[in-house]
Design a binder for this molecule. Sequence first.
Ligand code: PXL
Length: 294
Amino acid sequence: MGEATIGVTPPRVMTIAGTDSGGGAGVAADLRAFAACGVHGCLAVTAVTVQNSVGVSGVHTVPPETVAAQIETVAGDIGLDAVKTGMLAGSAIIEAVAAACERVGIGAGGRTPLVIDPVAASMHGDQLLADEALEAFRALLFPRATVITPNLDEVRLLIGIDVHDRAAQYEAAKVLHGLGPRHVLVKGGHLSEDVDGCVDLLYDGHTFTELPGPRFDTGNTHGGGDSMAAAIASGLARGMAVPDAVAFGKRYIVEAVRHSYPLGAGHGPVSPLWAVRPWWDEPQHAGLAPSTLQ
Ligand code: PXL
């Protein structure tokens, strides 16, 4: 009989999000980011989307009580060191998520940090959140958040500020902080003024921190926001303070975009597994598989 080693339980992180049948965004992206960032990933599925690289052609939501049950049943047994949310689809699911988080101590005064990526639309503009749900986001989830990670499209939907320059990015961070999250990360990826770089802005109510990074000339950024928020949640689960977890998430996503790849006729995904080694090329596994193509 082979001898199994008894491993050490890694930090445990849950994504509360939707599926993407194309495998680039949502739960699939989050779980790969968790694996690449050294944590065990759990999932509470909120919706099944029918999509490919060109767009979303169907959204089927999971009953809100089933979403809440996934969260509570995992929290009560496996335990959670951090949680992130992605596509929450509508206000009934947001209400169920907020209530479940309250019951098991996720976010706000609870012991488990909560990263909220306020996903509203896909990069093609397909709606992933019902219109009336924006208010539920602001009222029920933002006050619970350790950090929220909106992009500039989400900023416009949430608070009506159209960010075209750095000054407006600062202003948006202040207004969003007023809605109750402990930290706000206003991502600058869609800021046209930054042609060469991409500056994300972190605000904790006192201090602004600019996180500069490169900008890549690629349309293959599908799943980028999801993966970054998942990496930030992984950092928090590993015990990092928020600014360190955000810097960890930024470094991770820069490399994921650098290694992004084409897929289908539309937008390809970032590569959440850019850091995973090709084990089949190692000498002890030689001959099992053809060496990596290219
Ligand atoms: O990247 C945002 C996102 C999140 N979750 C799901 C998605 C998308 C974008 O398409 O499909 C399920």
